[in-house]
Write a protein that binds this ligand. Sequence first.
Ligand SMILES: C[S@@+](CC[C@H](N)C(=O)[O-])C[C@H]1O[C@@H](n2cnc3c(N)ncnc32)[C@H](O)[C@@H]1O
Length: 365
Amino acid sequence: MVPSRDRGYGMTPRITTFDEFREAVSAYRLPRVLLAALELDVCTVVGDRTWTIPDLAKTLKVSERGLDILCRNLAMAGVLLKKGERYKNSRLGATALNANHPAYRGGYLDLIKSHWTDWCRLPESVRSGLPIDHHVPDSPDWRRRFTWAMHHRTVEVAPAIAAQLKLGRARTFLDLGGGPGTYAMAFLAKNPRLCATVCDREAALEVAKEIAATHRAGRRLSYLPLDFAKEPIPGVYDVIWYSNVLHIYSPEDNRSIFRNVLAALAPGGRLIIQDAFLHDREGLLPAEASLFAVSMLLFTETGNTYSASETARWLRECGFGRVTLRRIKKGTEDWEDGILEAATPARRPRTTVRRRRSRGSSTNR
Ligand SMILES: C[S@@+](CC[C@H](N)C(=O)[O-])C[C@H]1O[C@@H](n2cnc3c(N)ncnc32)[C@H](O)[C@@H]1O
């Protein structure tokens, strides 16, 4: 399986001159301005009022000179709107970046704030081949914050994707490594006869339960605390959704998880994988997918990003049948051409097909 035609993966600008190099490196400036605004809580304090710099500086307890230059740049970027001497929030600033608004995406904003300092430590990981904080264990508190970050990252894109992926007559859906269950909730909302299970670590499932409690469709969501890299997946499902997990694991671990998944799929079932796939021959593009591998170096023991074709090969080696790259409308994707679908094989050895159809060994509905 290879993408049928070039969809723009070759469009990333290449750095060939010193000026282009300088320009590429200087791209840190705007992100640093945006993160300073988050650290100073500018959009929250601006709220729905219009401000002069002296008034806003007094409220934020910062210098007028500093704030003037910061706000001018935020207005240049469109996060604030400027008219004469006055500033107000843009729509984005007033909602997703404003801690007093229900649409605030603070979980994800906190994660990217910490990424700034984490990415500064990249040489450490390049030297050691290990995550920067490899000695720090995964605490429930950290997992909880990370899970909220994942919700705030995908809360908008998940419904758009669920609207485009038709589940047909599927009745049982497993969101494997589903974290906050944001995708499971989006598929439930779109498919009224579907029941879903979100499988993850206990601390992540606590967040999923809080989110599900705020949706009607949340009544059709069950929870499966399990380490699916180590234990068999109980239950049988029509669709297993494996979103943004492939990149956490090595090729060997992913193959072992695929075998676990195949045993938990009903005949005619489907595994749908969403990830930052590479699509070109050399494994460099899209740039987003290449750069995401750097995150995996910084934060995981064995993670990486993989090409769609090598992932398709692993799936077939593990016994899956047809593997297809699914098209999602541009602008509504989590990753560019980031969805692979693998069908169960036409005929399966009897031992790999579980007899009992169930909604999983779910707990704590
Ligand atoms: C990057 S998040 C993705 C969350 C969600 N699927 C999404 O697309 O936004 C990866 C999730 O997989 C879970 N996960 C990874 N390995 C796991 C394992 N072996 N057992 C249970 N959960 C796991 C993590 O706890 C985390 O919630």
